[in-house]
Design a protein around this ligand. Structure first.
Ligand code: GDP
Length: 324
């Protein structure tokens, strides 16, 4: 039986990956921070959850040795750029050095057992900062502009270094990927939850930051699928995972309010400087040609469909709460 270890099991991607791997009959172990709440409703009962702080490198090492996984998915860490500006040192320890501790532990298992351990690093478009070319691909200069991006860039480069030491590490450079399991710290869920609330209450205002930022938004389960494909592909490599289409935050707002039944969104949105970042990349859009050609991966859900699914979920959630 394949044994998989997933860090960040309680997060959006971790919970979708747990669903997928348990469906396939994989034995799933997950690392979770103490007190972490599960994105979505709950994890499959078969998942073995271990409480670990990714800054506790000794414990990470001993648990990985004990579990002796065949596949390791490093999804854990600080997931929000906004949070990283307030907690830069913690971000470096968890998302940067924490990844290296995991690669080291996986490498040790491989050396001890003589069995290949396949690792996927969930990297991020933030490693490119303000990119020098659009769309970005695996050859784009790594030049982060946020504490989150810098920590992810270090982990991405260390993935390459471990690859050259003989560990099968693929780094998936993930562009924004969303779902109803996103927390409201991300702009997409903040907008869909806000639009659903305003539509239900018959009024109200949503405070946002930069509406002009353009992002390449995809569907989270598709990005989980790309990571599984990367783990199981014979040749580890770097893979950009993106839809190739960018939309503005304003486009997202307009479609989300419309899906909630409100055509004039502008009456319900105000700009609050608290949500405007010190540095914000104007446009991020990825070229996933390598993932498409090598992994046979393709996104399956459109931008409009993502928004519809998220708004529908938020409206249902409000109706359930009201009915209680
Ligand atoms: P990120 O791309 O991983 O940082 O994902 P986010 O969903 O947090 O942010 C996406 C974009 O939305 C960024 O350009 C933000 O500056 C912009 N944005 C505008 N208003 C807000 C807001 O109120 N909250 C957040 N989180 N982002 C916002």
């Amino acid at each position: 039986m394949t044994v998989a270890l997933v860090t960040g099991i309680t997060g959006q991607d971790g919970s979708y990956l747990a669903d997928r791997l348990t469906r396939e009959g994989v034995e799933v172990h997950g690392f979770a921070r103490e007190g972490a709440t599960v994105a979505g409703s709950s994890l499959p009962a078969a998942v073995h959850v271990h409480q670990v702080d990714l800054r506790d490198h000794a414990r990470v090492g001993s648990l990985v040795a004990e579990i002796a996984p065949d596949e390791v998915y490093n999804l854990g860490g600080i997931s929000s750029v906004a949070y990283s500006w307030a907690h830069p040192a913690e971000t470096g320890l968890v998302s940067g050095i924490g990844a290296v501790a995991l690669f080291e532990a996986a490498h040790a298992v491989q050396e001890a057992t003589g069995r290949r351990v396949r690792v996927v690093q969930a990297s991020s478009a933030e490693i490119f900062g303000t990119p020098d070319r659009t769309p970005q691909d695996e050859g784009t200069a790594i030049r982060p502009t946020s504490p989150y991006g810098a920590a992810k860039a270090y982990a991405h480069q260390m993935a390459g270094i471990y690859r050259s030491r003989g560990l099968d590490v693929s780094s998936c450079v993930l562009y924004n990927h969303e779902s109803p399991r996103r927390p409201e710290t991300f702009v997409t869920r903040k907008i869909t939850a806000g639009a659903a609330r305003i539509a239900t209450d018959g009024g109200g205002v949503l405070a946002l930051g930069n509406l002009d930022a353009r992002r390449d938004w995809g569907w989270a389960p598709d990005y989980v699928d790309a990571m599984v494909r990367a783990a199981r592909h014979t040749e580890p490599d770097d893979f950009v995972v993106a839809t190739g289409v960018a939309h503005s935050v304003e486009d997202f707002v307009r479609l989300a309010f419309s899906a909630a039944g409100i055509e004039d969104w502008s009456k319900h949105v105000e700009i609050d400087p608290r949500f405007v970042r010190p540095v914000d990349t104007a446009v991020q859009v990825g070229d996933a040609a390598r993932a498409r050609a090598v992994l046979g991966w393709a996104p399956t859900v459109t931008f409009e469909e993502i928004i519809e699914k998220m708004v529908e979920n938020d409206l249902e959630q409000i109706h359930r709460e009201v009915a209680r």
